[in-house]
Design a protein around this ligand. Structure first.
Ligand code: PLP
Length: 428
């Protein structure tokens, strides 16, 4: 029996509709996942009621004995999960999400107007890595308050252009180089990035938001070994609640903690911290390791199935949980593909691919396997997902007029949904 249903039928109805949408659709957004019922129970708990500015043992409010224990548990689970020694590393688990975590890390490591160098947005980087639009507009607070010059992927291979990064770093002399991305399907050469950072006197920050689940399962290059600071979201491949974390080498402890509070945030969101502690425990299990291996196998299967059907996959495959699909050879835009897929309950997102003429017209889409792997889909299922996407791409190519579009949407939506239900009936 739902209490909310009686207290507020309007919100209850909307949540129920969203739940149905999540249950019946094919969720291919690479940054999304399905948190467990245990995580969601902690998230919806009484922890949301408590104010606890400060750190465990040093709060500005009374009544924090249990909150202190929860935050300490969360911190120690986070360090243990990534194999970090508490003598060398610490972690702040209070950032509200990934963007505030990044801004807090910059606030800790930099002075206003210091120079940063992150992967360009059209190359797969994130807004918070210092994005400046092609017209020079400082879109993100990280480019408003810091000076930014991006590095890029190599146009021919789609892989990070480390030589270009080195040349730009020599010229621009950033104080901070940022590794990590939102739409990069390959693993990273962090040793090379650290060598470049050292050669220009920069620090190296790794934003492992997308791959933190892979890092926890030791299924990607170690984001910590060569980094001074590592930031992360907790709700992507890590499958936790929405939140952020900042891992720091011990010499940055005071600076990072001060940047989170009091510089940027107020009271910690204790319900998020409690839920994160639960997710970190889940991620330390052999089952989670198996899950992450399946996420990678499914992404590889999806990429090869699409390539077998003649499509262009950036970098010719994937090392991780995501696939970047270049639709320009089909004469399609990412937006058209996203719209058509949305009409048939396939969630994915348009994404820039390197060499796009305009940032406003992204030439590809990003596909991710973490969410549907949580729902139990296997490599064989992802072959079928590739077949759905193939159908959608063919349909999008054939659609010219709006009236035709509407008609096809309706017919296609119901035929596809009927077939998909078979796959999605389990694991919810
Ligand atoms: N960093 C990376 C690499 C991301 O992909 C994202 C989100 O997509 C973020 C940071 C920001 O996280 P949030 O949306 O939680 O602020």
């Amino acid at each position: 029996p739902s209490i909310l249903r009686h207290a507020d039928a309007e919100v209850w109805r909307l949540i129920t509709a969203e739940r149905t949408r999540q249950r019946d659709g094919l969720e291919l957004i690479a940054s999304e996942n399905f948190a467990s019922a245990a995580v969601r129970e902690a998230l919806g708990s009484c922890l949301t009621n408590k104010y606890s500015e400060g750190l465990p043992g040093a709060r500005y409010y009374g009544g924090n004995e249990h909150i202190d224990a929860i935050e300490r548990l969360c911190q120690s689970r986070a360090l243990a999960l990534f194999g970090l020694s508490p003598d060398e590393w610490g972690v702040n688990v209070q950032p509200y999400s990934g963007s505030p975590a990044n801004f807090a890390a910059y606030t800790a490591l930099l002075q206003p107007h210091d120079r940063v160098m992150g992967l360009d947005l059209p190359s797969g980087g994130h807004l918070t890595h210092g994005y400046v639009s092609p017209r020079g507009r400082r879109v993100s607070a990280t480019s408003i308050y810091f000076e930014s010059m991006a590095y890029e992927v190599d146009g021919a291979t789609g892989r990070i252009d480390y030589d270009g990064l080195e040349a730009r770093a020599r010229m621009f002399r950033p104080k901070l180089i940022i590794a990590g991305a939102s739409a990069y399907p390959r693993d990273w050469d962090y040793a090379r990035m650290r060598a470049i950072a050292d050669s220009v006197g920069a620090l190296l920050l790794n934003d492992m938001a997308h791959i933190s689940g892979l890092a926890a399962a030791r299924e990607c290059a170690d984001p910590f070994e060569h980094s001074h600071v590592v930031t992360s979201t907790t709700h992507k491949s890590l499958r936790g609640p929405r939140a952020g974390m900042i891992f720091y080498r011990k010499q940055f402890e005071q600076a990072v903690n001060d940047a989170v509070f009091p510089a940027l945030q107020g009271g910690p969101h204790n319900h998020q911290i409690g839920a994160l502690a639960v997710a970190l425990r889940e991620a330390a299990t052999p089952e989670f390791r198996q899950y992450i291996r399946a996420v990678k196998e499914n992404a590889a299967a999806l990429a090869s199935a699409l390539m077998r059907r003649g499509y262009t996959i950036c970098t010719g495959g994937t090392d991780n949980h995501l696939v970047l699909w270049d639709l320009r050879p089909q004469g399609l835009t990412g937006s058209k593909m996203e719209k058509l897929c949305e009409a048939v309950h396939i969630s994915l997102n348009k994404n820039a691919v390197h060499g796009d003429q305009s940032a406003a017209v992204p030439g590809g889409v990003r596909l991710g396997t973490p969410a549907m792997t949580t729902r139990g889909l296997t490599t064989r299922d992802f072959e079928e997902v590739a077949a759905f996407l193939d159908e959608a791409a063919q349909l999008a190519q054939s659609i010219q007029e709006r009236s035709q579009l509407v008609y096809i949407y309706i017919v296609y939506r119901y035929s596809l949904l009927a077939r998909m239900r078979y796959h999605l009936s389990l694991n919810w």
